[in-house]
Design a binder for this molecule. Structure first.
Ligand code: PLP
Length: 353
């Protein structure tokens, strides 16, 4: 049998993942056969998970974070809702979130049998404070905001949403799965440092440049994460708060290695380079007459006729669209100015007007 070729990244403009940093790749290989789900047995990787958590705490402004390295943003979001539900013990719980929320919230609501109240965003694609306030009530267990939305790269008004959540006795969750490693270099108010947020998702396997799978889930209070724990009689370790049982030691070790290598200067360099790429691409698309959305983080969305979108995909560009049909280009660390120039040159060739 032939070996499958590894993923080529040159034309990948749609993914929230990227090539891992060489140090992350090397650490992953060394810890391939370890299971951080059983920390008493796999002590070396358990120590690396502690390192990874304290880096994530530093990045998000929380000095003693509780939590763990999850399989990704989906697991982290499911677990944030599960923790809020277990903590609140409400008979008829609901979660309030803007329509820009990632689809993992639908899975969470389904699995946990919690009502998901989706509210509109404002004209700049951010959660509408009024709509969130209106949707919350005494049964709201969690309000969620996004810091770096999947489709438009927007940051919700996290301090305001946190105040609304706490007014009704709910917890506040921030989904910074994609934005968490670049937001520290912006003026946005998004993290534990800016508001009394209760939990936060931040994924090393996105801008963190760790290998897949490596997600991050952080809690301010130990009591909340403890509400996730179940006893684990057959393991050397006594209990487990994660959703999956056996977990990827490769993901954990690579997350710790990537952050050791890149925080803060390496991540700052990537942010500055990719924000400049996104701003440049936005200007180029506008100059060609496309209706593009001004990027706030390194993600550009623009209206593109179906036929042009299809032709670009036929040329091998890995591109995707928002729910409302805009092309979205995510400037992840592997995306270069050269590849964006090649993309625009192909766009010029396939243009219909
Ligand atoms: N949250 C946000 C904001 C995301 O952009 C994504 C994925 O792109 C997720 C959650 C889900 O992450 P994962 O695919 O790692 O489960």
């Amino acid at each position: 049998m032939q070996r499958a070729a590894p993923q080529e990244f040159d034309r990948v403009l749609s993914s929230m993942c990227t090539q891992p940093h060489p140090a992350a790749r090397e650490a992953a290989e060394r810890f391939l056969a370890t299971n951080p789900g059983d920390p008493a047995t796999y002590q070396a990787v358990a120590a690396l998970e502690e390192d990874a958590l304290s880096y994530l705490g530093e990045i998000t402004g929380l000095s003693a974070p509780h939590g763990y390295i999850a399989s990704g943003g989906t697991e982290a979001n499911i677990q944030a809702i599960r923790a809020a539900r277990n903590h609140a013990r409400d008979d008829d719980p609901n979660v309030v979130a803007p329509e820009s929320i990632h689809f993992s919230f639908q899975k969470a609501a389904d699995v946990l049998d919690v009502e998901l109240r989706i509210v509109p965003v404002d004209s700049d694609y951010r959660a509408s404070i009024g709509a969130v306030r209106e949707a919350t009530d005494d049964n709201t267990i969690l309000v969620a905001g996004v810091a770096g939305t999947t489709e438009f790269g927007r940051v919700d008004p996290i301090p305001e949403l946190t105040a609304i959540a706490h007014d009704v006795g709910a917890l506040m969750h921030v989904d910074a799965a994609w934005g968490g490693f670049i937001l520290p270099f912006t003026d946005h108010e998004w993290s534990f440092a800016h508001a009394p947020v209760d939990s936060l998702t931040i994924d090393p396997h996105k801008y963190g440049q760790a290998v897949v799978p490596a997600g991050g889930l952080l809690f301010r209070d130990k009591e909340v994460v403890d509400s996730l724990a179940v006893d684990t009689p057959y393991l050397e370790s006594a209990s487990q708060a994660s959703l999956t049982g056996t977990r990827s030691g490769a993901g954990v070790a690579s997350a710790a290695a990537a952050m050791r290598e890149l925080w803060p200067d390496g991540y700052r360099d990537v942010y500055e380079r990719q924000q400049a790429n996104a701003d440049w691409l936005y200007r180029e698309l506008r100059a060609r007459g496309y209706d593009a959305v001004e990027p706030e983080l390194p993600l550009v969305a623009a209206d593109l006729p179906d036929s042009e979108f299809a032709s670009l995909r036929d040329l091998g560009w890995r591109i995707s669209r928002t729910a409302t049909g805009e092309l979205r280009i995510v400037c992840m660390p592997h995306v270069t100015r050269e590849s964006l120039r090649a993309f625009l040159s192909d766009l010029d060739d396939v243009r219909t007007d």
